[in-house]
Each structure stands twice: as C-alpha cells, then as structure tokens.
Design a protein around this ligand. Sequence first.
Ligand code: NAP
Length: 466
Amino acid sequence: MIAIPHGLAEIGYLVASGCFIVGLKRLGSPATAVSGNRLSAWGMAIAVVITLLEGSILTWWQIGVGLAVGSGIGLWQARTVKMTGMPQMVALLNGFGGLSSLLVGGAEFLKAELAGEVIPTETGIVIQLSLLIGAVTFTGSLIAWAKLQEVMTGKAITFPLQKVVNALFFLGIVGLAAYQVMTPDAHLVPFYAVIGLALVLGVLLVIPIGGADMPVVIALLNSYSGVAAAMTGFVINNHVLIISGALVGSSGIILSQIMCKAMNRSLANVLFGAFGAGGTGAGAKSAAGLTVRSVSAEDAAIQLAYAQSVIVVPGYGLAVAQAQHVVRELAELIEKNGGEVKYAIHPVAGRMPGHMNVLLAEANIPYDRLYDMDEINPSFESCDVALVIGANDVVNPAARTDTASPIYGMPILDVDKARSIIVMKRGMSAGFAGIENELFYDAKTAMLFGDAKASLTKLVTEIKAL
Ligand code: NAP
C-alpha cells in the first residue's frame, strides 16, 4: 500500500490546478488552444495519480481495469467522433461528470449512514447539492445527447402546466433534502427519493428545449457538472476537485451567456421559450413571389478566379459537407490568381462555439485569415465576392430589419453589402431558426446549388482549367 504525505499531495493538486487555469486561458486563442488542451490533460493526469497515491487504495486491480476500459472508450470515441457529432460527445462527457458527482456524494452519504455516523450539517448540504445537481446533469445531458443524435425527436416537447410540474418536482426535492440535512437519523427512503426525483427533473428540464438550442443547454449542463464536482470536492475535502469544478462551472455559464448574446436571446428564453416547438418561427417572412437566380459552377468559377477580394462565410453546411479542405484549395487558387481571401467567423455559426474555427484549423487555414464578425463587417462593402458556404441564419438581413423575425436583433455578418454574393447550399431549406432568408432573393446574389463539398470541388476543377 503506497501513500504519499498529505502536504506533498496538496502541492501536486496545486500544480494540477495551475495547469487547468493556464490551459483554460490558452484555449482562448486558436494559436494556443492545442497546447492549452494538452496542458490541462497533464493537469488531470497529475490529479489522478496524486489521488491514487494519496488514498489508501486496497483494490488496485479494479482501478486499473476501470482506467483501462474508460481510457480505451475515451480514446476510441475521441478519434472516431465526427466534427458534427462533437456537441453530442460533450453532452455525454458532461452527463458522466454529473453521474460521478452523484455516485461520490451518494457513497459518502451511505458510508456515514452504514457506520451510524451523524453527518455534519455543512457536509449534509453539499452532499444533497451534489446528488441534486449531479442527477439533473446526468439525465439532462442524456436527453441532450438523444436529441442531437436524433435518437428522439429534436423538437421541443411541451405539455400543459409544464413549468408548474417542474417547480413541484424541484420543491419536492428541496423539501426532502432539507429534511435529511435537519434530521440526523434520516432514513434511506428520502435519500433515494431525492435521487429519483432529480433524475426525472433532469429529463423534464431538457425535453421542452428544441434540438437546435442544445449547444446552449450543453454549455449550461457543463456548468452544472462543474458545480456538482465542486460540491463533491467539499464533501470529500479535495481541493483540486473544488478548483476544477469551479472553473468548469464558471466557464460553462460564461459560454452559455456568450451564445445567448450572439443569438440575441436570453438564457430564460432558451430554457423556457420552447424555441423549435413548431416549424417556421412567428413573423417569419414568406418568400412567395420572389425569385432566385442560380449560377453554374463554370460561371461562379470565372467570377472567383478574377476577384481581387473574396470573403468566405462558412456556416453549418460547411461542417455537414466536411468541405474545409476543398475550401483551402479554392482559396489557394484564388490567391495564386492575385486575389485576397479572408474568412468571416460569426460567433454562433455552426452548432457549437468555435465550430468554424476548429473546422478551418483542421484544414490548416492560417489563423490570421480568420476574422471575427465586428472586425470583418466593415470590409464587406469593398469586397468583390462574398462566398457563403452553408451559412444561412448568420447572414440573414431580417435580423436587422424585420422586428417580427425570431432572429430580430441578432448581430449578423453584413454579406448583403458585398458587391456580389455567391451562396452555396443544397436547396432553399431554412437554417436552424426555420425562417426564410431574403439574402437569397437579393439581385446581387447567385445561388450555387448542391452539396458544398461537391460544388467546391467543381469550382476548383473549373478554375484550374481556366
Ligand atoms: P444554419 O442557419 O443552420 O444554416 C445552415 C444551412 O446549411 C442550411 O440552410 C442548409 O441548407 C445548408 N446545408 C446543410 N447541409 C449542407 C451541405 N451538405 N452542403 C451545403 N449546404 C448545406 O447555419 P448557420 O448560418 O451556421 O447558423 C447557425 C445557427 O445555429 C444560428 O441560427 C445559431 O443561432 C444556431 N446556433 C448556433 C450555436 C453555436 O454555438 N454555433 C448554438 C446554438 C444555436 P440546405 O439544406 O438547403 O442545403
């Protein structure tokens, strides 16, 4: 049995916490994100090793098997997950984080209960919090995963008095938890009841949220899993768990707020607004009577080959088509012909924050060609061609002008101000918000219909042949 002194373990935990903090800071820029991720992983490895060495581990083989199986599944998942499946994977990871907090908090309760010990009030409170938040995070994340994976309907599921039912569940849990904290010889029935009700509450809280809002929900559940972990840290008096839980808790909530701001919606609207319960959003304009102009790959290629300045606007469709490598090839050809290519990144383009940055980085597109919305918007007026690839809502001018539109007020990329616009998408389907986009009917816009990867490949072939 190996056990390192407590003081040494605390120093190790401090080093691990330092790795998490610096790692998180480095995730703020694409240029340093990879090393930040690696540093955080090292921090976690240090924390795990110290925890194993600090405790009196009697069952090494069980821990070894758990580690091997868990790491194997994690490695396989991380290597095989598609970029478009990343939000689901994060949802599952959050869910398991919540489950861990639930199990550790529950084990501490049962340990004291079986030993006939009286749990101090403060410990009792944090145990109940880790049970409640851990359970809600677990089932809520599983529902988020199921919606995104299309295992269940992605639509908002609503029923009469839903908020009242949810509130009753919540009050029931708080009542039972308070009873356990205040009654030292409380029995197992309220303990299991809190867990059972909290598991159901997790489902109830996430089903009324539309599948497309899941990224915000996932960031929020991520925050919950952090809070649950921090609570568990207090239960077992583990400082690295408290610090890392607090980091996850705060960064998750900041991320949710950033996404809501970029969509011009409040967190309350995302959580309780049942966005996506119906089809088309209220007040969405109809396209009846408007005509679109389509363009062939040959003509679009000529336009791009001789353009002096091109701004590429990537959106969710680029991720679906996995066309990032062909985009780079096209950009290189335009540059070879003397044109300049920039990439305009909307904060909520795609289905998760940073989706476009990650996608373009995968194709080794230099970071300095990527421009944030505020930075690039003034450049559209002087740009020859705005090339919109699988983006829709983030370039919809209705956000500026149509007060009845569900996306009214959302900051958008000013693509409509470009001298000419080429939009690449498969048909006239709406984007996430389910509304028409006037940009597609603009006299300056030419639609290049087809899968983004296939169309880009045709453009590359055509330009090469010029
Ligand atoms: P979008 O509005 O969802 O539109 C994507 C477009 O891509 C669709 O209109 C679709 O049209 C097209 N498309 C799909 N597959 C394609 C393919 N293989 N090839 C070519 N085109 C394809 O996407 P967006 O402009 O990126 O906007 C993102 C939306 O998600 C925003 O409304 C945002 O608020 C929301 N959202 C984002 C986040 C985030 O963190 N990024 C979080 C929550 C919500 P066709 O079917 O006609 O091809």
